[in-house]
Each structure stands twice: as C-alpha cells, then as structure tokens.
Design a protein around this ligand. Sequence first.
Ligand SMILES: [Zn+2]
Length: 619
Amino acid sequence: MKKAYRFGYNLYFKDEAFAENLKFVKKNNDIIDEITLFVEYSHHGYWPLEWQKKSSAVMKDRMEQYRAAGVKSVGVNVLATIGHIDEGFDVLPKPPMQTMVGDDGSVSRSCMCINTEEYLEYITERYKLVARSGPAFIWIDDDFRIPRHGVANPCFCPKCVADFSAEYGRKFDRESLVAAINADEKVKKAFDAFRISKFDFVAGKIEEAIHSVDPSIKTGFMTSPEWSEVEWLNRFKATMGRPGGGFYHDDRPNDVIRKGFDVGKQIALFPEYIEDIQYEFENFPYQEFAKSQTLIKTECALSLMYGCNGVLYNAFIGSYQRLMDTVRSRAAQWDKIVTYSHKGKNKGVYGNQNACLAFGEIGVPLAARAEDACALILCGGNVRAMDDEEILNALKGGVMLDGEAFYELSSRGFACYCGVEIENAYNNGMSERFTDSRFNGQYAGYKRDVYMNFWDCYKDKDVYTYRPQAGCEVISNLENINHEMKGPSCTVYENELGGRVCVMGNFFPEFCKCREKQSQIMNVLDFLAGGMPAKAYGDCRTHLVCRESEENALLCAMNCSMDADVNLYAEIKGDYKKISLIAADGSLCAADAERTANGVKITLKNPAPWDYALVLCEK
Ligand SMILES: [Zn+2]
C-alpha cells in the first residue's frame, strides 16, 4: 500500500515552516512513500502566472530537499484548474477573463469559464510553469468538473451560449437556451455533450502542456461521485486516480460506509491503465480531532477493500504525529489487504444508493457495479431512468423492488414478471406483519410498525397491498395499527424468464436495523441471488465488504456500534480450504471457522467499537 502525504502551501512555502516540516518527514520516513505539495492555498480559481513562477521555484527547492531526505516520490497537486467555489474573491486576484455563468445569470467571482482563448492560454502556461518545478507527478484536482463552480449549472456565459447556438444550428440567448433545455430532452442532451466536449479538449491541452516540458511526469486525475467521463482520464494520459467522496469528520461514523461505496463505484469505472489508486483521507479544514484514531484505521482499511492501493493523507496543518503513529500501527496489515484483494472485485448487491447504504449497515455486502452484483435493488427513480430493454434484462436476474419501483414497472406493463398486481395504496396507519413463509423462519408473525406518519420519507410515498399471481409467495402482509389485515405487501416470485423478483411494498429501504427484518432480507437475497456471496450479522450493526479474486476472498467485517462485547459472524459461499485472520501486525492465524451447506461460517470475537476484523479465505 502506498502511503502518500499531501502538504499545504503554508507548510512548505516559508523557510521556517518548511524546516519544521522536513524534520517531521525525516522522523517518519519509514512510513512515507510519497509527498505531494498543494500548489495553491485556496479553492479560488485564478492564480497569476507571475505568482506561479515564484511559487514553482520554491516548490522545486522543497522537492529536491525531500528527495535528498530519502523520499522516493515527490510531486504536486494543482488544486485550482478552474476553481472549486467562490472563495477569497475580495482578497485574491480577480480573474482577468470570462468566469462561469449559471443558468440563472449569476456570475462566479472565482471560477473561470474554460471555453475562451484567454483561459486556454492561461491554463496551459500555468501547467507548464508547474511542470518546470520538476515534479514526478501532477494531480489535477476535482474542480475539473462540469457542475459546482459557485453558480448554478454552468456555463451559460455569452461565449458558451453563442458557441452552442452555432453548433446546434439555432439561435439562443441564455434565457431561451435554459427554457429549451427544460422543455426538450434533445436540446438538453446536445448541451450536455457540448459541455463535455469542451472539457475533453481542455484536458488534452493540459496534458500536452505538462508533457511538452517533461514527458516523464505522471499525471493523476481526481474524480468525484458525480463523475462519469472516463474520456478525461484518457485525455490527461493519467495513470493515477483519486476517487473522492467527502468524509471530513466522524460525527456520523457510518458515513465511512458511504464514502467507501462511492469510492468503489468510481474505481469500477477506472480503465486498467489507472494503476496507482489513492484514497484521500481528509479531516478538512485540518482539524486533528475531527476523526478518532479508531475510525482512521477503519476508514483506510475500507478504502483498500473497495479497491484503492494507496492512501493520500490530506490532514496536516502542522506535525500531526498521532496520525503517523496510527498509520504505522496498521501499515503491515494494510499491505496484506492490497496483496490479497487488489486484483479482486467487490461482490454483493448493487443498485439504489439509499437502499445499498441501508443494506450496508445490516451486513449485506455491496458490489461496486451492476456486472458484479448478485442481485439488483431498484427504487422508483432507478426504474424511471431505465428503458424497457434494461428493465427486461433486470427482470431476468435477481431483483428487489420497493413499492414505487413496482408501481412504475406495473404502469409500463411489466407486472406479469413480478408476480403481483396492485390492489390498494395507503398513506397512514399501516404496519407490516411477517407471514409464516420459509423466508421468515423463527420470526414468523413479527409485527413491524415504523410509525409511518412520523417520518418525512413517507410523506409522499404510499405503501401497497397486492393481488398475488399463482406461484407468488407472500412474506409480509400489511396490517393497520388496529390489527386489521389488509393484504399481501411483500412478495417473492420466480418468473418465466428465470428471474427472481421480490416486491417490498411497504417500509423499504428504511428502518431495517432489527434482526427480524435483517433476517428476512438476507433470506430473500439468498434466494434472489441463488446464494449471496457473503453476509455478516451479530448483535449490532455490521458492515461487510467482500472482495473476491480467482484465488481467494478477503472479508472485512466492521462492528458499527459503540459496544465492545459483541461477536460478529461472517459467512462466505464457496469452497475455501484455509480461513485465516489477518492481525494488526499483518500476521496470519487460523480463524474460528466451521463448514456450512455452501461455504464457511467464521466467528469474530469482540471486534472493538468501529473497528474491523479481516478474514482471508483461500481456495
Ligand atoms: Zn462559458
């Protein structure tokens, strides 16, 4: 695992600060593989070339000193290629060129439109100046993105509107273009493609600028959850990738799961040539106490389990020695994660973001892309975005639907593949009652009342009863809070296409954090998937990551609670001969494992609160 550290401008620019920083680096040299210098110190977009020239000279000197101190790899991170937000605009130089304009006509004070000659000249010259500082690599930050530049949905500046008009063959001004985009999907698609092509072009020019100075400089691109333009990686000739997600403090520790999953999904889009994949550990705006040492360990381990092979620590305002000690304490174990899992794929369910995250807290593992999924989880919005062919394909496999997703499918003629028809819809006073179906086991008869009118999430959402077709199995009924049965509400069905479909027509995917619903969901998923690749459970919330390759599988099971006295149980499907625990020091010891009908069950004794256990399963 590559351990990289990013230092901000104020840590290296002045001699005294740099002397302090160099001392810190020398002290921790054993766990430093790479240093990255932030070129700028604000998210503001415009940095005059004169400023850059001076700054590059200082960076050149600092990088030479790091190398002399034994740091193997030293490079830089251009924080502001366009500008992230409007920041420091009264204090920093005003961009002397067109800035981004929102669809409402608002004008950014910090972020530049990329579609002008002035910008192209400025940005290529600036990247050349950065390249002349002699970095081994240059990161292009995630402000190289279409949305989020301080104004709404840019860019609608006069030049962008005129260029698009010429390309589309119809004369627009800003107002008429916005109206046409809102009214006509064809115009919207054309404008989206126009914007992407401008970014493609600029990415290519930046790459040429960097490599015109030194062809050996590696380039890295920072992606974010909203990114999908793989072509940019190609244009930058990137070999380094940083999937992003924004997790700055552990006020809500389970956000670590969301970021891990978001990161995994971006990595799943990375082409093979992105070989250096660095997770970004952050406590921005550099608050040492924003994250506990325990969660630092868990966050880094999860990032590797979701496909990174390095971590870039962006956490320093001074000498944060405690972070270094934490990294040192798990470095050998993290190396093992990369060794055993980097070639693997995340296995589990995939689909609706909220549903996946809800499942991620009850021990259902998540896949990072649909191709690796054992079952798809679809909610209303997902189905609305799918065409008929995609829907039919989904219904050939294992699918779990919420009430709204089934409503959409039903209105488009797909009810026959799901085993039910809608009978009634309700918006108050309802609860769920488990049937004595095989999917409920010991929890048959369990009543689940989520107090549906208490929560905003059910404000505009109905719960349903259904008429089941022959062969459809009812797993829950809807019952009103006076205990009157209203009819089937959750069902499972195997259709004529060979697909297995579960309709969860009541409170889903929310409020699943009880063992009864967890058990029902896992049993159903086992059926939908023909056996889930893995699962975890115990007396608390659990997150499980399963990363599988041809030779082995690695499981990372997290205790997502404050309790120190809980056991976790992880099950994996497959013929694994050797099951080991990987300790904090990277050593392997035999796990407490027993055979099951289709795999192995492992008992994990008392993982510490918000810590994790690592299990290596070898064939
Ligand atoms: Zn523009």
